[in-house]
Design a binder for this molecule. Structure first.
Ligand code: ZN
Ligand code: ZN
Ligand code: ZN
Length: 144
């Protein structure tokens, strides 16, 4: 059980607007959704919501560490709830499905060879490859 959206927003002194709450529901329902998917969800609830309002809300939520933004190379930014677990992502090159994957125990990627005096709290690691389904499809095509 996590805290209610109201509590989270109050804690960050953010106003409880209907669009903001809807954006949070969208992010919760569709982990790793891009802005278009979030926009589609929100406008189902609030038909007057503008895309700019969605962008602004996402920006604020990311700034406050409530939502995490993932930026896979060559793909649109994706959003999910920030759970501060430094988890990473596996992305299939073919069907683009995304799977959460835990960082190794003791989080080795947060301890690079040299931190240049930085205090590091997150490593954005994306693993690219082919998911089991797409591996089978590829093999199937080769057999023909
Ligand atoms: Zn795939
Ligand atoms: Zn994730
Ligand atoms: Zn890691």
């Amino acid at each position: 059980m996590h805290r209610s959206y109201d509590e989270i927003l109050k804690e960050h002194k953010l106003s409880l607007t209907s669009v903001r709450l809807s954006v949070l529901r969208a992010v919760e329902k569709h982990a790793h959704a891009d802005v278009n998917a979030i926009y589609a969800y929100v406008t189902k609830e609030i038909s007057t919501a503008s895309k700019q309002a969605i962008y602004n809300n996402l920006h604020t939520l990311v700034e406050h560490g409530i939502v995490r933004e993932i930026n896979p190379t060559g793909s649109a930014a994706l959003y999910e709830f920030e759970c501060h677990d430094n988890h990473h992502h596996l992305i299939c090159r073919s069907c683009e499905q995304i799977v959460d994957v835990d960082c190794k125990e003791n989080r080795p990627c947060l301890s690079p060879e040299s931190n240049h005096g930085f205090v590091i709290d997150e490593a954005e690691v994306t693993f690219w490859g082919l998911c089991p389904n797409c591996q089978n499809t590829t093999k199937g095509n080769q057999d023909e």
